[in-house]
Design a protein around this ligand. Sequence first.
Ligand code: RP5
Length: 155
Amino acid sequence: MSDRGPQTLAVARTELDQLDIDQPLVGIVMGSKSDIPAMEPAERELSERGIGSETRVMSAHREPDAVADYARNARLRGLRVIIAGAGLSAALPGVVAAHCDLPVIGVPLTSRTSVAGGLDALLAIAQMPPGVPVACVGVDNARNAAVLAARILSA
Ligand code: RP5
């Protein structure tokens, strides 16, 4: 039995509710600043649905420690789904999935030196080893990643 009075509990509950107002539920990460235009539709779609998100640029190859830290802390920070976009040898979604147990939705992106119109990134994201799943939307289809994230959140 709690030794806190009803008023104290009510105040605590109100403070908690206020904390939750701006809490991002979806983390949107991408491997390069050059990915921002392709990933913007994800943030827009979530915003139109009233779902809070945060956006970060971090590369699995260029900043592996930052990616690992972000993924390891994601659940603790209140995130429920992570959308990860990357082009070329697109390791970012898989590395995020390796370091956390949240659902990860990968967005294969085209970039200046993509092979076969983004097939390189599509395969890198979809062909994850058993036990480390990454959901994969179509090439450059960040909006679908947001729609899927919304469905996961409401499941
Ligand atoms: C990937 O390499 C990024 O996700 C981007 O799609 C691609 C090219 O990156 P930049 O050379 O434009 O930084 O890591």
